[in-house]
Design a protein around this ligand. Structure first.
Ligand code: GUN
Ligand code: ZN
Length: 438
C-alpha cells in the first residue's frame, strides 16, 4: 500500500464556524504537521518533529498550507471558452456567447478535448470535486465522466435538459431526454466517484412536461442529485413569472415539479424571498452562491446572512463562464466583497468552510471529502501562502492566524497552488518554471 506523508501547516474544519467569529475554534489549524495518507485515504496527522519513519514517501513543505481540495458546486465545463465575454446580462449573455459555444460540443472531438481541458484546469486551480453542467449532448456527459474517472475525481454531472427557448442544435425533447438520462444514469451513477445529477438548465428552457419528467427521475431514485439555476437575474425572474403564472415564485416552479430535495443544488438564489428560503430549508436543498458570476453579469447581491438565518444549506461556486475564474480563492474573495456591500463581514473561516466541509456536508459527501479527518479520501492541495513581494509583505505583518489566512484568501489565486492530490495520487504539480519563494 502506498504511504505518503506531506509536511506543512494543516488547515481544515471540524464543524461549521459561527458567523463573524474570527477566533472560531471550529477552524482546525495544525502548524507543522505530517498529513499521513495510506492507500489513497487520510489515516492521521502528527507533529512535524515526529518523523513518520521508513516506508513513507515524504514531502517536506514546511511553511506551506495543506487544505482539503476545494469543492466547486456549480460550474459549466464548456464555458471556459466564454470566460470574460464583454457587455451583457444573463439572458443576452446566454444567446450571444454561451449557447453558440455549447453547440460546438455536439462534436465528439470537441467534447472530449474540452472535458480533458476542463478537468485539468480544475485540478490546476485547487478544485478536486465539482458539480458540473456539461451540455445538452449526451456525449458531453460521457466525455466529462471519462476525464474525471481517469483521475479518480469526485464528479457530479448530468445531461443538460432544454426542450424550448434554446437555439437549434441545443434542444432535446421529453422522450429523448428521458431515454438519455436513464442510459447515462445506468452507466455512470455510482460508478467509481461519479454521481448523476438531473440537470434542468433553468425553468425557461424546459416545458412543464420536461420538468415533470425530471421530477419523476428524482422521485424514482433518491440518490440522484438535481442541479439548476434559480432567481439569478431580474429579467429572468420576470420571464419565469410570465411562463409559469400559476407558480407562487420561481422556486415554486421547481418545488411543484418535485425537483427540490436534499440532493438539489440551485445556483444563485439572489431574488428569493423568506418563504422560498423556508422551503429550501424544509426540503434540504442548497443554494450555490456564485459571487464572481453575480458581479460580472450584474445579477445582484446574494444575502448570505438571511439565507443562513433561515437555516438553508449553502455552498460557494465559481459558475464559470458567468464567473470569471475557476479559482475558489478568487471566488471567496468576491464573496467577501459581495457580503461587504450589505454591511456583513464574511470571515475566512465561514468562506473556507463553505468551499470544503460545508459543501461536502450539503452534498451528503462529508464522510468522503471536505476535511482532513482520518478515513476521508486524500483529496488535498498544497498552497504557497504568498506569491510576490506585496503578498509576502502582507503576510509578514499579519498579527494572527485569521489575518494571515484571510490575506491568503483575498490575495491568492491559482498561482499559489503548488500541487493537488486526488485520492492520494498527485494530479497537478506546478512546473519548476513558475516556482516562487514560499
Ligand atoms: N441560467 C441558465 N443558464 C445559465 C448559465 O449557463 N449560466 C448562468 N450563470 N446562468 C444560467
Ligand atoms: Zn451556472
Amino acid at each position: 500500500m502506498t504511504k505518503v506523508a506531506l509536511r506543512g501547516d494543516l488547515l481544515d474544519f471540524i464543524a461549521e464556524p459561527a458567523w463573524g467569529d474570527t477566533g472560531a475554534q471550529e477552524a482546525r489549524y495544525r502548524a507543522d504537521h505530517w498529513l499521513l495518507i495510506e492507500g489513497g485515504r487520510i489515516t492521521g496527522a502528527q507533529p512535524g518533529a515526529q518523523d513518520p519513519g521508513e516506508g513513507w514517501q515524504r514531502e517536506d513543505h514546511r511553511g506551506r498550507l495543506i487544505l482539503p481540495g476545494f469543492i466547486d458546486t456549480h460550474v459549466h465545463s464548456p464555458q471556459i471558452e466564454v470566460l470574460a465575454s464583454y457587455g451583457t446580462e444573463l439572458l443576452d449573455w446566454l444567446d450571444t456567447y454561451t449557447f453558440p459555444a455549447e453547440r460546438a460540443h455536439a462534436d465528439l472531438g470537441v467534447a472530449a478535448a474540452g472535458a480533458e481541458r476542463f478537468v485539468r484546469a480544475l485540478l490546476a486551480h485547487g478544485t478536486t470535486s465539482a458539480v458540473v453542467f456539461p451540455t445538452v449532448h449526451k456525449s458531453s456527459v460521457d466525455a466529462l465522466f471519462t476525464a474525471a474517472s481517469a483521475r479518480g475525481m469526485r464528479m457530479i454531472a448530468g445531461k443538460v435538459l432544454m426542450d424550448r427557448h434554446a437555439p437549434d442544435g441545443l434542444r432535446d425533447d421529453v422522450d429523448q431526454a428521458e431515454r438519455d438520462c436513464i442510459d447515462l444514469i445506468g452507466r455512470w451513477h455510482g460508478q467509481g466517484r461519479n454521481a448523476y445529477a438531473v440537470t434542468v438548465r433553468f425553468a425557461p428552457t424546459s416545458t412543464p412536461a420536461q420538468l415533470a419528467m425530471a421530477g419523476a427521475l428524482c422521485k424514482a431514485d433518491a440518490s440522484l442529485y438535481m442541479q439548476t439555476h434559480v432567481a439569478e437575474n431580474r429579467a429572468e425572474v420576470q420571464w419565469v413569472a410570465a411562463l409559469f403564472p400559476e407558480a407562487r415564485s420561481y422556486l415554486d416552479v421547481y418545488a411543484s415539479a418535485g425537483l427540490l430535495h436534499p440532493r438539489s443544488v440551485l445556483a444563485h438564489g439572489i431574488w428569493l424571498d423568506a418563504d422560498d428560503r423556508a422551503e429550501l430549508r424544509e426540503r434540504g436543498a442548497q443554494v450555490a452562491f456564485c459571487p464572481s458570476s453575480n458581479l460580472f453579469l450584474g445579477s445582484g447581491l446574494f444575502d448570505w446572512v438571511a439565507h443562513a438565518q433561515a437555516g438553508a444549506a449553502l455552498s460557494v461556486a465559481s459558475d464559470v463562464g458567468g464567473g470569471t475564474s475557476l479559482s475558489m480563492l478568487r471566488t471567496l474573495a468576491d464573496g467577501y466583497k459581495v457580503q461587504a456591500m450589505a454591511g456583513h463581514r464574511l470571515t475566512a473561516w465561514s468562506a473556507l468552510y463553505a468551499a470544503t466541509r460545508g459543501a461536502a456536508r450539503a452534498l451528503h459527501l462529508d464522510t468522503e471529502i471536505g476535511s482532513l479527518e482520518p478515513g476521508r479520501l486524500a483529496d488535498v492541495c498544497l498552497w504557497d501562502r504568498a506569491v510576490g513581494e506585496v503578498a509576502e509583505r502582507r503576510l509578514a505583518v499579519a498579527r494572527d492566524l485569521h489575518e494571515a489566512v484571510f490575506a491568503w484568501m483575498l490575495l491568492g489565486d491559482e498561482r499559489n497552488l503548488v500541487a493537488s492530490w486526488v485520492a492520494g495520487v498527485e494530479q497537478f504539480r506546478r512546473s519548476a518554471k513558475t516556482e516562487t519563494t514560499r
